[in-house]
Write a protein that binds this ligand. Sequence first.
Ligand SMILES: Cc1cc2nc3c(=O)[nH]c(=O)nc-3n(C[C@H](O)[C@H](O)[C@H](O)COP(=O)(O)O)c2cc1C
Length: 378
Amino acid sequence: MRKRMRAILAERGGEPAAPPSGRPADWPVAEPSSTGRLRLENRLVQPPLAGIANWAYRRQSRRHGAGLASSEMIASFGIRYANRKTLGMLTIVPDEHPVGVQVFGADRDAMVEAARAVEAAGADLIDINMGCPVPKICKTGAGAAMLADPVAAAAIVQDMVRAVDVPVTVKMRRGLTPRTSDPAETARRFEAAGAAAICLHPRAAAEEYEGSADHRITADVVAAVGVPVVASGDIATPEQARRVLEDTGCAAIAVGRAALGNPWVYGEILRGAPQPRPSLDAVIDEIALFAADAALAIGESRAVGYLRKFYPWYLAGYEIGQPALAELLTEPSADAVLERLRQLAAASAADIHDAIDQACAPRARRLLSQPLDRSGGD
Ligand SMILES: Cc1cc2nc3c(=O)[nH]c(=O)nc-3n(C[C@H](O)[C@H](O)[C@H](O)COP(=O)(O)O)c2cc1C
């Protein structure tokens, strides 16, 4: 995953994109879509992201255009035992709807209780994690390990569907390993059990983030089921979004890593045209908004560590040297980081002015040495 993240950040470091040329006619991403009874304003989704997608992050995704934002994965046992941190993850704020909340666990009763709690918390959709490849989760039988026994997994889906009124969906990998999987057959079972949609990340759990997401598998799953399929994996540009929608026939696409520190990518994909990189000032304003929400969502002191993950993502491609970035990461609060960033932005603006002055000086001297009437219309 780190390799892919580095690749995404390296792409970001390149030249600013061309200015928007307006949305191409019939731009598919901007069309409305639906998941069960849930209507979405477009076909662009922010997927579940553990350790990232609290309500501050989801609200940011929605503000930038995602039609649906999903929570981080939430432990069903944490809900059962009323773990304080887990219950905090169930917080939903009024202006983020529609919102999906993802739960994980392999215990049928605990998953049913979790579904009821999530519905009571106000989620518009309940998603079941069948994709997490992390050993700590899989060794409990949860996450991608559920794909080892699709019959048992489908029974959990069915119990949860019966327990709540909101749509229940499944987010899955293609299987545990590339060879031991039949994702189309597995998805069919989940549909038969009542799943309202399937979100597919078409890598096997064993592959983690190696190679690339093979969306031919997404197309197979789309062909196998009647419910909407959301494609997740390696979608970072308007063109990739269009291609996956058209090649697979999926109902919507999810954009995960590409939006970390770059929520503008949602607007870009939604409008169907690359946009110039926002100015450093605009990035700082965005961080300030996000940091204020993060402090409310998880508390000021936890937000310090949480936000530190994001600074390198936001600042990739800007003229902030490694030493300055390393210093930022030691600042004790988000306010201190923002103040330092504003100083850096002002210093780099001053550098730019100096550079412009120097570049323009010979021409300015020439103009000043000419009679006024010759320079007037220049
Ligand atoms: C930091 C991080 C956390 C993730 N957490 C979850 C999670 O909690 N539940 C889940 O189903 N998928 C999770 N995923 C997988 C993503 O939702 C997505 O399917 C995957 O990253 C591929 O999409 P992308 O290439 O757009 O990032 C996570 C991915 C990342 C990078």
